[in-house]
Structures are given as structure tokens and as C-alpha cells.
Design a binder for this molecule. Sequence first.
Ligand code: C2E
Ligand code: CA
Ligand code: CA
Length: 749
Amino acid sequence: MFQWLFLNESGISSTELTRWRISALRIILVSGFLLEAIIAVHSSLDAMAIGAYHVVAIVAVFYAMLTIGLYFSARKPDCGAAILIATVYAAGAAIVLFVNVDEVAKLGIIFVYTTPIIARLFFGGRLAIVLMLFNFLPFFYLLRNEPFFHVQALNITLEASHTYIQALLFLFFNICIPLAVFRVLHALDASAVRYREASAALATSNEQYREFFENAGGPVILCTTTGIVLQANKMADDLLGADALSGVGKPFLGLFEPPPGNFQQAELQDLEGKQFQTRGGKRVSIQHVSRTTQGHFIVVLHDTSSLLKIKEALQRSKEREVFLSNYDMLTQLPNKEMLRRHLADTLPRLEPDRIIALVSFRLNSVRHANEKFGVTAGDRFIQHFAEVLRDTLPADAFCARLRSIVFSVILPPAKTSSEIVEQVERLRGKLPEEIAIDGRNLFVQVSTGIALARTKDISPEELIRRGEVALDSARRSSETSAMLFDEADAALIRRSIEIELGIVKALRESEFRLVYQPKVRADGRIAGLEALIRWKSPSLGSVAPGEFIPVAEGCGLIHDITRLVIDEVCAFIRKTIDQGINCPPVALNLSAVDIVRHDLIEHIDESMSRHNVPAHLLEFEITETGLIGNEALAIHHLQELEKRGNGISIDDFGMGYSSLSKLSSFPVHGIKIDKSFVARIGSCSKSELIIKAIVSMADMMSCVTIAEGVECKNQETFLKSAGCDVFQGYYYYHPLEGRQLDALLATMT
Ligand code: C2E
Ligand code: CA
Ligand code: CA
């Protein structure tokens, strides 16, 4: 009922005005209908009581009109409203004509004054004005203030007529019309609220749209179907420069240089993905074009110049990464990985009769440069050397920095290994002796190792490994020429590394001991002893001095060994003397590197005095090679020893190259004929001749001759006949130790 009456605003749409009117009309009709019912029923009963049946008929007609009006309010509201207005006029006329009391009849005229407002509510202003003007007629009629014309025939006066008419006016002026106006105003209020809400929502959505447009993640332009720019966001402004802002209202494609032809509606979509240049010189692509509901175009642009820059930067960083993974930063030379790849590439293409050489150079003197001038100077040295090496190499050689101070070169294939060795020696010859760094001349000392690949089956890793082995043996050898890789070398190097590590441990854990081999005179008496070192390593087993002494000489550990031997021998002499045994002179072997050591004499002195050893009981054996090289210092040391009374013999005599004249300048007391000559007695007359020559030469120098390695009677007979003084060898005694030695020495006393 109320829904039917009030027609809620929420359901109101574009036809809302009509709905408000229908609602207002219904309110007037229904309220009038209901409230008038009391008056109508009462007045009808009054009229019936006095037999005025026409009054009942008139009341019924009015009710019928109101009902019809209500009926039309649903289907044809205009008809309903027209019936209402007509009813009001009819009611006014009926009051004027049928009520014979003038004062009350006048109210009928006042009643029609409601028609303009009803007309305004339902039909608009025009009809309202027409009715206002029309209402002048009854108004003037009223102004005349003359007695009213009454239809006498129907004139009746109901007792409550006055009340009925007053109630009618009250009803209309005070209830029906105000309620209808309330309804309309309420609707207007609601509509105003809705309008405000809608406006706010619109403003928000506009703002959102604006923000979306501005921050759409790229430059965006809104243009008409004819390509005229309506709006451009900030990014589009920035991208297109001053053109975009001033471009609003201008053809969009005109913002590019050169303009890409005349704009045609259909073409805009076709431009998607195309690239243009702005007048400011930036590269722009049209990323997306879409149509709005209004038929405009949203054009999303893309700044490809910045993308291009990012791509370029990315490319550069990738190149740098590739460079770093393939090249060495310091020298800019290819690194080991690159060398490996180059070999992997070259080796499979090796022709059957060709040889590829991997030549490694180790710049040994960097260590010296680092120590003396600092690491930075060392780095510069490496850099310079790399440059020099690269300049020295043939153009088709490949040069890499294998690791810190090692450079590897792949030479172009050659036919023979000697060709390669010659080439390497030529190369080495071209390397400078010194390189100037910061005004200082740093000497270039290089070890060179060569590894050859004769077949393509060898892997790059194996060739590099062989290069390392060759380089290592070059570094360890005193030879200055290049070292060629050979499998035996590799095993030797591995063994010598084991020995080197073993010696360090042996010194720490006292694994060395001495044995003593007696030397005898022609009559069999003991002339002296020779101390010989022995090493039984827990990991390597017994290692002969012939094997570990050269290793110790190579790595400098020989000095520690010699100190130990000197100390042990002095202790042995002291112990023997202290036992009351007649101690023979004991000789110990000095290495070539020992004899030129600055603190040699100092150490011997210290040891002899600590053990209180008489000098004549301590002798030294030195090989010929030990005397060549730093001769001055060697002679000085020998003279010092002689001064103290120590005996000195030349060991392994005949194997070296010392000339007689040179020998005469050394203060020596004995010459030991090398056991290789003794071993050939009876089988090689040349050796026998040499022995005889040595003996006579020693005689001339007043030196004692000692034959070593005497193993049989024949040798002894020959040596005796040749005039040898002292004999040493298994024929007499093996090197002795412990109790055996003590027992022997005891017999001498
Ligand atoms: P060397 O000084 O010529 O020593 C003689 C070598 O001949 C010793 O070998 C000895 O055992 C061996 N020998 C002795 N009699 C005979 C024999 O009848 N026939 C044969 N075939 N050999 C005999 P060892 O002890 O193995 O020493 C080898 C080399 O090691 C020594 O040669 C010496 O140069 C060096 N050496 C030994 N001990 C020391 C040491 O304490 N210091 C230094 N610097 N070198 C040492
Ligand atoms: Ca010796
Ligand atoms: Ca010897």
C-alpha cells in the first residue's frame, strides 16, 4: 500500500518526475477519498432525512470522479490529474450554485484557488498560469460582493453544510495539497542527496581516472578519432617534450619527425608496434591503441631509446663478464680457461706429421721484485713482461697467463721437435735481460718448459699438465735452457718433491744417522774414517744419500744437514776420545753449496770448540765441482780450515774438469780416486792409466792418494803397485755403525 502510494525514490530513474507526480496524485486522491468519506456519508444521511436525494446523487458523482481519478493514476496519470482539477472546479461550482447561504457559498470560489498549484504539480507551469488567470473570474465575481446566484430548484440547506464545506477546505488546503507538496519536496531532497553523492562519486572517479591516466605505467595520450590530441599525461609530455603539451589540440602524429603521413581513422590501430622519432630525437614506439566508449583513442607510447640504453648497458656488462671469465685483468691476456678452449679447438685439427708446442715461461724474478719494491711494482713487472713477451712472439702464436707468474704460449705447428726447441731458444734470446719499472731495472729471470703434442689424442688438460711438469723441472734444474717434458722427468719431480717434504720432517724428527767407513793403509792399519749419512724414512723407506743429497742441495736444506753432520761427527770424536780409544781422523763430505756458505767456518769452529775436538781429527772431502764457481770464497774457506789444521781431500777425483794448475792453488792434502776408475781395473787399461797419472800427479803435489770403492784383491794389487797410499771399500770394511765400529776402534788401541 505505502509502496504503491509513495513509489520509493530508490526505484526512480529517468522517469522519476512522472513517478513523483503519480505518487503526489495518489496522495491527494487517497487522502481526499478517505477523509471526505465521513463528510459524504454524514451529508448523504442528512439529505436523505429531508428527502433531498439529488444531494446524495451529487455526492456519489464526486466519489465516482475521485475513484476514476485514482484508477487512472496508475495507467494515465495525466487523465487522473485532469479529473482531479475538474473535480475541484465542479465542487467549487456545486458549492456556489447549491448553497444558499452566501457566506458559505463564497468558500466554493476560494476552493478553486487550489487548481493552479495542482496544475503546476501535474502539468507544469503553463497550465498553472492559465488557471491562475482563469481564477480571476470567480475572484472578480467574489469582489463584486453582491448576492450570489443560486439554483433555487435544488437549493437546500443541510444543517451541517457550513461544517461540511469548512471541513472540505481544511481537508484540501491543510492536508491533501501539503501532503502532495511534501511528497514532491521529499523526492527533490532525496534527489539532491543522490545528486550530491553522484557528483562526489563522479569527482572521485574523475580523480581516479586522472591518476590512472597519469600513472598508467607509461606515456599515454588521449586523442579523437581524427587524431587530435585531447590529453597527454606527464610521461607523454616528458617523452614528447614541449611538443606534447603544445600538441594538445594538434594532430597526434604531427608530434613526430618526420610526420608519418596523413592520419586516417582506420590507420591509427595499424600503427601499433611502429616506431617513430620525436622532434626532440627520442625513439618512441606505439605500444597499444584502444578505443574509448566515446569513440576516442587511448594511445600508449613506449620510450624505446631508454630501453635501447638499458639493452646496450646490459650488453656491455655481459661483454665484461665474458671478458672477465676469459681474460686476465692485469695483463689483458687470455686466462687458463681460454687457453684450454683454444687447445681444445686447435688439437683436433692437428695434422699427422705436425707437432704443437705448449711453451711455459715462469718469471722467477717477480718474487725478488715483490720483496724489494712491493707488490705493485711486482704487478707492473708482470704487466710489462706480458707485453714484451707478446711483442716477441710470432703473430700466429697464442699467449695466455696460465697463473700468477706463468705465461703459456702455443706455438704454430712445426715438423720436428728440434725446430721447436730452436724457436724457443731464439725466443728466449729475444727476451730482455732487464725491464725498467719506475726508473728501476728489474732483472728478468725466466724458467722455460716445453710440452709437445704429437697426436691429436692428447687432451688440453694433459698438455697443460705436461707443460707444468717441464716448467717445474726447468725451475729445479740449474740449467738455463728450456726443459722438454718427458714422462720420466715427471716421475722424478714427483719423487723429489716427496723427498724434499721428507727431509724437512726427517730433520725435525731426527731420522738421520751416520755410519763410518774406515780407510786403511797398505799395511792394513786404519788410516781414518769417512762419515756417511743414512736416512730411513717411515714413509719412503731407506733413501740413499746419492738420491736425497742432490734434492737437499736443490732446495737449500743441505745446510741443515751439513750442520747436523758436523755436529754429530764432532760428538763422535769427543765420545771416542772420552772412551780412551785412539780416535783416527774422521772425514765428512761437504757439498758444493756448503763450501761457499758464509757461515761455514763459523759453524765448524763453534762445533769443534763445543765438543773440544782437535782440528787434525776432523777432515773434509770436497768434490771438484764444489771448487768451481765462487773460487775465491771456496779457496778462502779451505785456507781457513788448513790454518786450523783440518785435513782436506778432493773427492771423486777424475770425474770433474779441474786442471792440475787449478788444483795446485787449493790447499788440499788428499786426492780420492773416484770409484768408477777403480771398478774398471783389470778391464779398462785407460782407467788404469788414469789412476797411475793421478797418483804421480798427487805425488808431485805432496798429496796422499786414496782409492775408493775397492772391492777385490786384484784392485788392491793394482792400486798398491800404482803407488796408492790409502784404500777404502767393501774389500776392507763396509760403512760401520754402533758396536761394530766401537769393537774395531778398540782393537786399534
Ligand atoms: P762418496 O763421498 O763418494 O762416498 C762413497 C760412497 O761409496 C758411499 O756411498 C759408500 O757407501 C760407497 N762405497 C764404499 N765402498 C764401496 C765399494 O766398495 N763399492 C761401491 N760400489 N761403493 C762403495 P753412499 O754412502 O751411498 O754415499 C753416496 C754419496 O753421497 C757420497 O759419495 C757423498 O757424495 C754423498 N754423501 C754421503 N754422506 C754425505 C754427507 O754426510 N754429506 C754430504 N754432503 N754428502 C754425503
Ligand atoms: Ca766422500
Ligand atoms: Ca767418492
